[in-house]
Design a protein around this ligand. Sequence first.
Ligand SMILES: Cc1cc2nc3c(=O)[nH]c(=O)nc-3n(C[C@H](O)[C@H](O)[C@H](O)COP(=O)(O)O)c2cc1C
Length: 388
Amino acid sequence: MTVITCIDDLKQIYRRRAPRMFYDYCESGSWTEQTFRENTSDFDRIRLRQRVAVDMSGRSTATQMVGQDVAMPVALAPVGLTGMQHADGEIKAARAAEAFGVPFTLSTMSINSIEDVAGATSRPFWFQLYTMKDQGFVSSLIQRAKDAKCSALVITLDLQILGQRHRDLKNGLSAPPKLTLSTMANLATKWRWGAGMLGASRRHFGNIVGHVQGISDAADLGAWTAEQFDPTLDWDKIAKIREEWGGKVILKGIMEPEDAQMALQVGADAIVVSNHGGRQLDGALSSIRALPAILDAVGDKTEVHLDSGIRSGQDVLKAVAMGAKGTYIGRAFVYGLGAMGEQGVTRALEVIHREMDISMALCGRRRIDELGRDILKIPADFEGHWAK
Ligand SMILES: Cc1cc2nc3c(=O)[nH]c(=O)nc-3n(C[C@H](O)[C@H](O)[C@H](O)COP(=O)(O)O)c2cc1C
């Protein structure tokens, strides 16, 4: 058995265990994947300042995100089809997050439903909403999230239309997988995954099937979801959803200061600087490069969170030292889940926590509120020099 010491160890096991179609779905960016690559490589450009002879005892990574206590400033990002990476994946990831003391965000496009996750956990989780054309369905999702006592609504703004990921088209991605010769040949080598799936409580999009009229099988569902995302979403609609929800609102997918200002105006409790993990607009800046300008614009007026590219506790440390109040991990937890189920998600969180804690100490800091840009060396050209 491999001794798991870093997120990449989990990724290697995940790669062996998950069906090719779902591994590719996770591990792709859109078009040329430039933004996907730079999301991680830009973290490497930031360096840490080592400090010595500073008392390192009594350290803590605990802090708050949208007023809620978290064991470290890391939430699990909403990831569609998590329950295809591992049987009952959303339930398992939510349980691991709860035990660790970090928020879990359930995607609209999850396999386990809102009710499944609520029934398997005892603390509130967050619900991520995709806005759809069918207003009645959006309202019913909001009501279901209220009934499940979700403690924040994360509204994703960067997917009114789907960015193209070549491999998903080539693989004919679907949930559950369509049984073509090549998928069957690949599934035959994934016995552990298949055995788990036989016992899974769901294999379709649990928030949708049974809640939308006329959706009875996977084929209807694929066509329905492709058509359903609302291309007319605008700030007025976002303000209305916020009113309808009435609780904490986090707006996800902000990459420009102008949009951050708009998010403030509609009363966001937090925004997430995110390019959807490089899966939407290829050619966009990495999130960590987009962060400073957004902090300058709204950092003193709302909570600014960040995702896209976090693969280690050092990445979290860099984002938080730069000024983010919290971060989210997408792929990093999926690697753990696909490798080892609930235990793998726990392992991913432990790895990140340990890396963050030790690095923070070696930078001479003991608490999150002591972190600032003075522990970083940021390249002078980090945000880029662009023509006006
Ligand atoms: C496989 C996969 C599925 C995703 N599905 C969703 C989704 O359903 N809703 C959403 O808001 N974001 C979704 N995202 C984006 C994540 O919430 C998050 O922004 C991204 O994963 C962060 O980048 P990282 O994977 O490099 O950590 C997805 C990301 C991945 C990798």
